[in-house]
Design a protein around this ligand. Structure first.
Ligand code: ZN
Ligand code: ZN
Length: 746
């Protein structure tokens, strides 16, 4: 980039909003060639020396106080102008600092532990002060010489400085001890050369008409070289992956690169294999389970243009491609694309922004697209809808039966298993087929359900299931409405109101009693805590060393068990009554996914869903494999309550070790927000504050405020203003975390 103006514009690497602007520094002659946009530098900042990112060149308002750059950390840029633009966009939209966003984008490159660490010596005080000190150092000429050298050439190692000043390293150490020099560790990346595998171009399968049509539309978009977004809606097994790979080939032919995201790499080894078969050594795989060193190597190969095909999880969206032409997001509805701590970005949003900046195409794929994406395909919307209607191999989707648990209770069966599920399992075991039992359990929350009519109490304002608390009250975690747990069901007058929820261990125990001869495996976060246990359990089940596998949503994703002919969903209600406005959507997605696990081999499959809410549309739509039925029912609910996709929602999470402080802080924030809103009267609604469903984590109490607004800009402006006022208040204690359009609110 051209240098306009003699002063470097530097963003200080501090995660604070108050320093989130560019500072100007003069470039000493010796660094003239090294200080370019995209490198990191060391600069004096107040009384400290800090690292910063060079983002441009220009003129400060006044040159009086301008200081000089003290050192250059990189020999080549670590970010491109496009990624800088992305960081700025993230800072605005996720309410973080630009430095924080850059750090997130660059992390695998800069924080790599496998890299060689170099300790650099820098002057510890501003130059003028050191010059003064120097004049008083006549009696220690060696130290004076070393200090002079350090001022002239900051950033040398101890040994290099000693050689340059013609002194011993003990002289340097003495200066460090005196606090005149300081040592900072800088990671110097080390690239371990790797032999490229030749590109194996398997041709791939013949496409069916739907696939052909989808591909030609996407290919057209890529060749145009302008920003385009497609939503590929195809049932499980309809051949989405083949469309992705063909589209990637088109991007490569156009001289561009492609990123493909998958929700969890550990569950999709088949995808990696397919990609390697098709693209050979051009594939770079990026995910957090990789050793850091290996991740860094992959990063480097991408940056150098040797790996134009990137496959990875969420953070791979920041891959340092120079000419991205295609971003593919498989299973785009998955909540794992949302980073759920610190900087809470959504990979889909990042993909859209990067594609917009680079004139690239985004291809979102799913069997159950999120409402946010689906609604954008309506006429006049920004996405184009592509449909894959039939399964490739022609295996039909399995029949799904909904079992009414209310009737079981009425007829005296109060166990976990319905009679129909017991019969079906017995039948399976007798014919030596396998059974998958799915426990629809997320988080921890408890709700109470009327076992006679299926009623679960909800907050009338928020349409969120009320959560049971030990004090005997039911609470809404959005607006803090609470009520005493009723003795009788307000709907049917029944006495059978109970807490709900059974763990995998309880299901395992009961299955053991009911099916004494069966070999049972359990997979949950306890049984897979040990490294490799996950794969071990899956392999054992695939090898038919067990008849029944009991698990949570872990077993729902991407697994292929040809021996399974029966899938039983123990309790569809658990997700349905999560204290979250997306509860129905999550239920529909999970059930659809689970149903896709049955009958994947040559034997036909069957799915049984047990529920106390057999009429709920998320369950009936999943049973009928009918996405449209779900959307048609869910959209009016979201619209009437003003939830996404008809609004934008933010959660402010307050945490502190004293509950009083959290509560006080949350209330104060709400008052502030009200005050800010009263000035310009913008359409926003505030819910809460209320205790978060997970009220205490690691000894810190958690309270939340939920804010809804029609437009995202309004939301973030109001919150930004509120945060900066809170920052100025010294009496305000809690830590505040902002989550824009959260994927969950536990
Ligand atoms: Zn009832
Ligand atoms: Zn409420």
């Amino acid at each position: 980039m051209e240098k306009i103006g003699p002063f470097a514009e530097v963003i200080i690497a501090l995660n604070a909003r108050r320093t989130d602007r560019v500072f100007h520094y003069a470039v000493p002659d010796e660094f003239h060639d090294q200080v370019i946009v995209g490198v990191r530098v060391i600069v004096p900042f107040g009384s400290r020396r800090l690292s910063g990112y060079v983002t441009g060149f220009g003129f400060p308002e006044s040159t009086v106080k301008v200081k000089e750059i003290a050192g250059v950390m990189d020999s080549e840029p670590v970010f491109t102008p496009e990624l800088l633009e992305l960081a700025r966009w993230m800072a605005v939209n996720y309410l973080c600092s630009t430095a924080e966003a850059l750090q997130r984008i660059l992390s695998p490159r800069l924080l790599v532990k496998g890299a060689r660490e170099v300790k650099q010596v820098h002057p510890a005080l501003p130059e003028t002060e050191l010059r003064e000190v120097l004049s008083s150092m006549v009696r220690v000429p060696k130290q004076a010489a070393a200090l002079k050298k350090a001022l002239a050439c900051p950033g040398l190692t101890r040994k290099e400085l000693a050689v340059a000043a013609e002194v011993s390293t003990s002289v340097i150490n003495a200066l460090i001890k005196k606090g005149l020099l300081t040592v900072s560790a800088v990671k110097v990346p080390r690239y371990t050369g790797r032999v490229e595998q030749p590109v194996v171009k398997t041709k791939g399968l013949t496409l069916n008409v739907d696939q052909e049509n989808a591909l030609s539309r996407v290919a057209g978009g890529i060749r145009q070289g302008v920003f385009n977004t497609f939503l590929l809606h195809g049932v499980t097994g309809s051949g989405k992956t083949e469309v992705y790979m063909r589209a990637i080939t088109v991007a490569l032919e156009a001289g561009r690169q492609a990123v493909t995201l998958v929700p969890e790499i550990s569950l999709t080894p088949q995808m990696i294999e397919l990609f390697r078969e098709r693209f050979g050594g051009q594939v770079a795989v990026l995910h957090s389970a990789l050793p850091v060193r290996q991740r860094f190597d992959e990063w480097q190969r991408i940056k150098e243009g040797r790996a134009p095909v990137v496959l990875g999880t969420r953070s791979a969206i920041f891959a340092p491609l120079t000419r991205p032409g295609l971003f593919v997001i498989d299973e785009e509805h998955e909540s794992s694309y949302k980073q759920d701590d610190h900087l809470r970005y959504h990979a889909r949003e990042i993909a859209l922004k990067r594609a917009q900046l680079a004139g690239a195409t985004v291809l979102l794929g799913s069997a159950t697209p999120s409402l946010e994406s689906r609604i954008r395909t309506s006429p006049g919307g920004p996405y184009q809808l592509l449909k894959l209607n039939s399964r490739v191999v022609g295996r039909p989707l399995p029949p799904v039966k909904v079992v009414d648990m209310r009737r079981e209770v009425k007829e005296g069966n109060c166990g976990i298993f319905s009679r129909e599920l017991i019969d079906s399992i017995n039948w399976c075991l007798a014919s030596r087929e396998q059974v998958l039992l799915f426990l629809n359990r997320r988080g921890f929350s408890t709700f109470v359900i009327c076992r006679e009519c299926g009623l679960v109490l909800k907050c009338s304002r928020c349409d969120i299931s009320l959560t049971y608390h030990r004090d005997g009250r039911l609470r809404c975690h959005y607006c803090n409405y609470h009520v005493k747990t009723p003795q009788l069901c307000p709907d049917c007058g029944g006495h059978n109101i109970r807490y709900f929820g059974a763990g995998t261990q309880k299901v395992e125990a009961e299955a053991g009693n009911l099916f004494p001869g069966a070999r049972i495996l359990r997979m949950d976060s306890d049984s897979t805590a040990r490294k490799g246990a996950h794969a071990q359990i899956i392999n054992a089940f695939q090898d038919r060393q067990a008849d029944i596998l009991i698990g949570t949503q872990m077993i729902a994703k991407g697994l292929d068990f040809p021996g399974v002919t029966l899938v039983g969903v123990i309790n569809a209600d658990t997700t349905l009554h999560m204290p979250d406005f997306r509860a129905a959507e999550r239920t529909f997605q999970l059930l659809t996914q689970v149903a896709g696990r049955a009958g994947r081999g040559s034997l036909p499959g069957k799915v049984l869903i047990q529920t106390f809410n057999p009429e709920h549309y998320s369950i009936t739509a999943a049973a009928a494999h009918d996405c449209n039925r779900f959307y048609l029912n869910e959209l009016p609910v979201r619209r009437s309550l003003g939830y996404p996709p008809f609004s934008h929602l933010a959660r402010l999470l307050f945490t502190h070790e004293h509950e009083e402080e959290v509560k006080k802080g949350a209330v104060q924030a709400k008052e502030l927000l009200k005050e800010i809103l009263s000035v310009d009267d913008r359409k926003i609604s505030l819910l809460g504050p209320a205790a978060a469903p997970l009220n205490k984590i690691k000894d810190r109490f958690r309270w939340q405020l939920v804010i809804k607004a029609l437009r995202r800009e309004i939301l973030r402006d109001v919150i930004r203003e509120c945060l900066s006022r809170l920052e100025r208040d010294r009496a305000f204690k809690p830590v505040v975390n902002v989550d824009i359009n959260p994927q969950g609110m536990l």
